[in-house]
Design a protein around this ligand. Structure first.
Ligand code: IFM
Length: 488
C-alpha cells in the first residue's frame, strides 16, 4: 500500500544513482541469495552457478516433473492496436507517462505472436500467463468484435500446438473507456457489463484454455487509480480512498460471480474442468524501526490491508475489513489456487501526516540491493510469503509474477536463481507450489513509467521491433533443463 507513495520519487532518484548503485546492488543480491539459500545449495552455488554447472545443483531437484515453467505478460503492455481502452486515452494525455510515450503500438505482439511464441518454445517454457483486453473484444457497449475474438483464438491455438499451457487473465488493470466513463469498478450495478464479457470469453475460448487468473492485482489497481492518482481515472485524496474501497468490494463480488460463471460454463459446454485463481500482488511489510511500536502497528495494518483483506474475503465468500460488514457474497471460497505476484519488501514507518494512507509511509531503501526502479530485492520474502499463504488458505500456489527491472541484464540471472532457491526451500518443506511465471517474457509498456523499465527475458528494440534473447534467458533455460533432468 505504502509503496505507491514513493514509487515515482524513487524512480527519479534511482535513475540518478543508477550507476553508483549497480555494483553494490549486485553484491548485495549475491549475499541475499546465499543467506537465504538452503545449506546444500550454498555449497553447490559457491563456486559455479547452476546455469553453468554440468551436474544439476542440489536445490533444483526440489522442482517436480510437472512443474510449470512459465512467463507472464499483459495484453495492454505488449499487444498494441487497441484504441478503445482507458489506457489508450490516458497514455496519450500529456504528462501522464514518464517518457511521454503511449501504449498504442507497444511490442506489436498482436501481429507478431507466432514468432514470439516460437521464441518462447525455444526457451523451453511449458506455461504462459497472458491476458485478453475487454476493450478490444467489446470496443463499444454491446458490440463484440468477432474478428478480434478469432484472432485471439488463433493465439491460444498456437500455444496449444506448442504444448505451452495458457493461464488466462480476464482483467489486467485496463478497461474499455466507455465502462470507465460509467464509473467502472466503483458501481456494483456496472458489474453486469463486465460479467457479460467474462461469459462471452469463457464460452468462446473455454475449449482452448482451462486455467484462469480472474483479476490481476486488485489492490494495486485500486491504489494507483483511486488513491494516488497515477492511473486512470486518476482519483486521489480522501474521496479517492473511499472509492478505492468500493472498487475492491466490487472486485470481490465479481470474483464470486466469475468463479461460478467459469465453472458452470465449462461444465455446460463439456470443456475441461477449469482451475481458477487470482494474481495477487503481495509484499513483505517490515517495520522500518524494528522495535518501534507505531512502526510495527502500521506494518501489520499495511500487511493485512494489502496482502490479506481482499483474499480473506474471497476465501470466505464474505466481505471483510473495509470491504463490508461480513456480508456473504459467495458460498465458500471462490478460488481454486492462490496466485502470488511478488517483487519486493516495504519498510514501514508511522507518519502522522499520511492521513489518506492511514499514517503508513514507506522508508527509502538504503541498505539493500534494488532493481532499476529502486525496489528492494529481497528473495527471502518469497519464502516467507509462501509459508504465510500456505498456512492461511491451504491451497496450491503459483508464482504468477516475479521479476526484475534490469536494463543491463547483469542482475537477472542471480535474481532468478535466488528466488527459485526460495521456492525450492518451500517445496522441500511440503508447500505445494505448482508453477513459476517470470515477469516478463519481453520488455513492455510499464504503465505510467513508460518503456524505460526493462523486465524482459527478451529485449525489445522499440524502433525496429527486433527481439533479442537476453543472456539471463539462456541461463534460465539451463536451470529449467537441469531441474527437469534431476526432478523426482
Ligand atoms: O508490469 C507490472 C504488471 O502489469 C503487474 N505486476 C507488476 C508488473 C511490474 O511492475
Amino acid at each position: 500500500m505504502a509503496s505507491t507513495e514513493t514509487r515515482s520519487k524513487k524512480t527519479k532518484k534511482s535513475a540518478k544513482k543508477k550507476a553508483a548503485k549497480k555494483s553494490s546492488a549486485r553484491s548485495g543480491l549475491r549475499s541475499a541469495g546465499s543467506i537465504t539459500a538452503p545449506a546444500a545449495a550454498k555449497k553447490k552455488t559457491a563456486k559455479k552457478s547452476p546455469a553453468s554447472a554440468s551436474r544439476p545443483a542440489q536445490w533444483l531437484t526440489a522442482f517436480p516433473k510437472d512443474f510449470l515453467w512459465g512467463t507472464a505478460t499483459c495484453a495492454t503492455q505488449i499487444d498494441g492496436g487497441d484504441l478503445h481502452s482507458d489506457w489508450a486515452k490516458f497514455s496519450q494525455t500529456p504528462g501522464r507517462i514518464a517518457d511521454g510515450k503511449d501504449c498504442l503500438v507497444a511490442c506489436d505482439h498482436w501481429n507478431r505472436f507466432e514468432d514470439d511464441y516460437k521464441l518462447m518454445k525455444s526457451l523451453s517454457f511449458n506455461a504462459y500467463r497472458l491476458g485478453v483486453d475487454w476493450s478490444r473484444m467489446e470496443p463499444r457497449p454491446g458490440e463484440m468484435d468477432h474478428a478480434a475474438l478469432n484472432h485471439f483464438r488463433g493465439m491460444l491455438d498456437s500455444l496449444r500446438k506448442k504444448s505451452i499451457r495458457p493461464l488466462l487473465t480476464l482483467n489486467h488493470f485496463t478497461l474499455p473507456q466507455w465502462w470507465l466513463e460509467r464509473g467502472g469498478w466503483t458501481k456494483e450495478s456496472n458489474l453486469e457489463n463486465f460479467l457479460n464479457f467474462v461469459s462471452y470469453i469463457v464460452e468462446n475460448v473455454g475449449d482452448l484454455v482451462s486455467e484462469y487468473t480472474t483479476i490481476n492485482e486488485p489492490n494495486v489497481y485500486a491504489m494507483f487509480s483511486y488513491m494516488d492518482g497515477l492511473w486512470p481515472p486518476a482519483k486521489k485524496g480522501l474521496s479517492g480512498y473511499f472509492q478505492s474501497m468500493k472498487v475492491l468490494r466490487n472486485m470481490a463480488i465479481a470474483q464470486g460471480r466469475m468463479y461460478d460463471i467459469i465453472h458452470e460454463t465449462h461444465a455446460l459446454k463439456g470443456f475441461a474442468r477449469p482451475y481458477v485463481g487470482v494474481a495477487k500482488h503481495v509484499r513483505i511489510f517490515d517495520p522500518a524501526r524494528p522495535d518501534n511500536r507505531l512502526d510495527k502497528d502500521r506494518a501489520a495494518e499495511a500487511e493485512y490491508r494489502f496482502n490479506y483483506m481482499w483474499t480473506d474475503s474471497i476465501h470466505d465468500g464474505r466481505l471483510q475489513g473495509s470491504l463490508g460488514k461480513n456480508e456473504k457474497f459467495h458460498d465458500g471460497p471462490c478460488w481454486d489456487f492462490v496466485g502470488l505476484n511478488y517483487y519486493s519488501r516495504d519498510r514501514i514507518r508511522f507518519r502522522a501526516s499520511a492521513i489518506a494512507h492511514l499514517f503508513i509511509s514507506q522508508e527509502e531503501v538504503k541498505d539493500a540491493p534494488t532493481n532499476d526502479l529502486g525496489w528492494e530485492i529481497y528473495p527471502e520474502g518469497l519464502y516467507r510469503l509462501l509459508h504465510q499463504f500456505h498456512d492461511r488458505y491451504r491451497l496450491p500456489i503459483r508464482i504468477t509474477e516475479n521479476g526484475i527491472a534490469d536494463a543491463s541484464d547483469n542482475r537477472r540471472e542471480e535474481f532468478l536463481m535466488a528466488h527459485l532457491q526460495q521456492i525450492a526451500r518451500a517445496l522441500n518443506e511440503g508447500i505445494s507450489v505448482e508453477g513459476y511465471y517470470y515477469w516478463s517474457f519481453m520488455d513492455n509498456f510499464e504503465w505510467a513509467e513508460g518503456y524505460g523499465p526493462r523486465f524482459g527475458l527478451v529485449e525489445i528494440d522499440y524502433e525496429t521491433q527486433a527481439r533479442k534473447v537476453r543472456k539471463s534467458a539462456q541461463s534460465l533455460k539451463k536451470m529449467i533443463a537441469q531441474a527437469r533432468k534431476s526432478s523426482r
